[in-house]
Design a protein around this ligand. Structure first.
Ligand code: ADP
Ligand code: ASP
Ligand code: MG
Length: 453
């Protein structure tokens, strides 16, 4: 069995959609389970709808029109969508008639319409190719989660439930990405970009031979192609490398995607729907280190990061200082990315400043607090790269040469990642400079390209 996940661009552009359903049909012998995201742009539209305001009626109409037009473009009978579009009319009308505060549960229910409609379209597209297929909402397929709306976690019992509900095939199940359901039946979402994670959770529960992430790039690239036009696919990555890249901004994979795959040792492949014959990237437990002089495979960049520094001369050498600092972050549910310490201070970066003000008030009881907004973390990733003699020197010499100041450095803790913080306005320039300076813009020596999807 394989899991084939198609992202928004793969299902939201008619030509790509036709390729995607064709790819599933061709792989019928590998017993596929399909996971799909909402059509490209639709989740953003629904997020906007939840924000409220005068534009809601227009957004509600656009949502409906987009799906009707898409069904007609791809030749799927519109009646497949009717029950859901009627449910959408009722849901959206309720928000237009009596605007009220949108709770987390409301928001996840509204967002769910994107994926619930796209699975119907995809299953309809497969049936038009004479593939026996059925659309399924992830909750009905057993993906039970906790009730952290907007960022729910699958519960341990989800594995057995998914295996039971998806175990009898055909028909080919076409399951909503991004969505889950609480034990008491309320729809949840797994976080933006979470369909990749859905695919991995389902793949792990059913012991898939491979999890295929079909997207709009030919694999994980050596940098974000929106920053570095000449970025190239990386043929082989380890789970650790791919996780670090995903965590530090490579949007092509949701950061949690590799967790279920790692637990079960399942291969993950990233492939291009528009160029399905290209080998893409194969991510497995073991992947050779890059055969290049710096061992670096890719550079990621996480923007809009905030750094918090706590200075406490009083606490110099006192035990318990770090524990007190982290207790505050933990209590306010703030996720810390990078950490650096000196004798009298600790600096951390956080990417979600929403609860920061309360935390800062508490941190002020421990020491002097300084907050810097408008930063970016750059992560230089490759197995063995950080310990490679001279890499750090080379990186910081390159940056210094063009006057890019480094705000924070985190080296040594990771086997695969040398990361540092720069000002937001220097981030793209730093990534482009290092991409060239570390030789990623030239052909990487042939790392064994994996078998094709
Ligand atoms: P999907 O809709 O298929 O889930 P996403 O938009 O979520 O696609 O992710 C794919 C995008 O991720 C690419 O189009 C690219 O702009 C961005 N991206 C950022 N870093 C990388 C990287 N290292 N490799 C590939 N894509 C990346
Ligand atoms: N449609 C959702 C989003 O845009 C989930 C996903 O694309 O993975 O965030
Ligand atoms: Mg995505």
């Amino acid at each position: 069995m394989i899991v084939m996940k198609f992202g928004g661009t793969s299902v939201g552009i008619p030509d790509h959609f036709a390729v995607a359903t064709g790819l599933v049909a061709e792989r019928a012998a590998r017993d596929p389970i399909v996971v799909v995201s909402a059509l490209v742009g639709i989740t953003n539209l629904l997020v906007e709808f939840c924000r409220g305001g005068a534009g809601r009626a227009d957004l509600a109409r656009r949502f409906e029109a987009r799906h009707r037009e898409f069904a007609s473009d791809i030749g799927v009978p519109a009646d497949v969508l009717e029950p859901l579009l009627r449910a959408w009319q009722i849901e959206s009308a309720a928000w237009l008639e009596s605007p009220r505060v949108v709770s987390g549960a409301d928001r996840d229910r509204v967002l769910s319409f994107g994926e619930r409609l796209s699975v119907e379209l995809f299953a309809g597209g497969l049936r038009a190719r004479r593939v026996d297929a059925v659309a399924l909402v992830a909750g009905d397929a057993g993906l039970v989660t906790d009730d952290r709306f907007g960022g729910a976690h699958p519960l341990p019992e989800a594995d057995a439930l998914l295996a039971r509900h998806l175990g009898r095939r055909p028909p080919v199940p076409v399951v909503t990405g991004f969505l889950g359901r609480t034990a008491d039946g309320r729809i949840t979402t797994l976080g933006r970009g979470g369909s990749d994670y859905s695919a991995a959770v389902i793949g792990a529960a059913l012991g898939a031979a491979e999890i295929q992430i079909w997207t709009d790039t030919s694999g994980m690239l050596s940098a974000d192609p929106r920053i570095v036009a000449e970025a190239r696919p990386v043929a082989r990555l380890s789970f650790a490398e791919a996780s670090e890249l995903a965590y530090f901004g490579a949007k092509v994979l949701h950061p949690k995607t590799l967790i279920p795959a790692m637990d079960r040792g399942l291969a993950v492949r990233v492939l291009n729907t528009a160029r399905p014959d290209e080998p893409g990237s194969l991510i497995t437990r073991d992947a050779e280190a890059a055969d290049s002089s710096w061992r670096v495979k890719s550079i990621a960049c996480k923007k809009d990061v905030t750094a918090v520094t706590i200075v406490s001369t009083r606490m110099l050498l006192a035990h318990g200082f770090l524990a007190r600092v982290f207790e505050v972050f933990g209590r306010h549910h703030i996720v810390v990315d990078l950490v650096t310490t000196s004798e009298v201070s600790i600096s951390v970066t956080v990417d979600d400043p929403s609860h920061l003000d309360d935390a800062i008030a508490d941190l002020q009881g421990i020491g002097e607090v300084e907050v810097k907004h408008g930063l970016a973390v750059v992560a230089v990733v490759g197995e063995g790269a950080p310990s490679h003699v001279g890499l750090a020197g080379h990186v910081f010499t390159l940056l210094g040469g063009v006057g890019i100041g480094v705000v924070m450095i985190s080296q040594g803790a990771s086997r695969v990642n040398l990361s540092f913080v720069v000002r937001l306005e220097d981030a793209d320039r730093a990534v482009r400079l290092l991409h060239r300076g570390l030789g990623l813009d030239v052909d990487q020596p042939a790392l064994a390209a994996g078998r094709r999807g």
